[in-house]
Design a protein around this ligand. Sequence first.
Ligand code: SF4
Length: 144
Amino acid sequence: MKSEQREDTTASKNGKGQYQIRAHHGMCFAFFEGKGYSDSFIRHMGEMKKVLEENPLICLVEGTDDVCGYCPNNQGGICHQQEKVIEYDRQVLKMCGLPSGTVLSWRDFSDRVQKKIIGAGKRTEICGNCQWNGICLTKNNSKL
Ligand code: SF4
């Protein structure tokens, strides 16, 4: 059963075998605890988290990514909170010192997010206005 879900997730790789991840999702995965916008979104987040634990290559993209694909806020490839999340992405990339389009391992990226943002106590400067902020505030600085 799990392998069926995994196949579905793997199919979302881009043509170069890289998962497409928007930068602020590096923080979302660090705090994900099985809550989200819909049942299918939560299921997919859980599967993506397992996939990322295997440390694949990712490409940091602007716009909707392999997480957004299952989100009810994704309206035809545009996030309905676009202004807010684009700014989150921009700030994460800046703090991590990475340009959009960078290809790197998930571990490399999540380590940067941890070191430069979460561990440095800067997360709320970026996404303190997110609806899920309360979850992140109550959790330790967990990461994949
Ligand atoms: S809220 Fe927007 S950025 Fe977040 S997963 Fe949904 S579509 Fe993507």
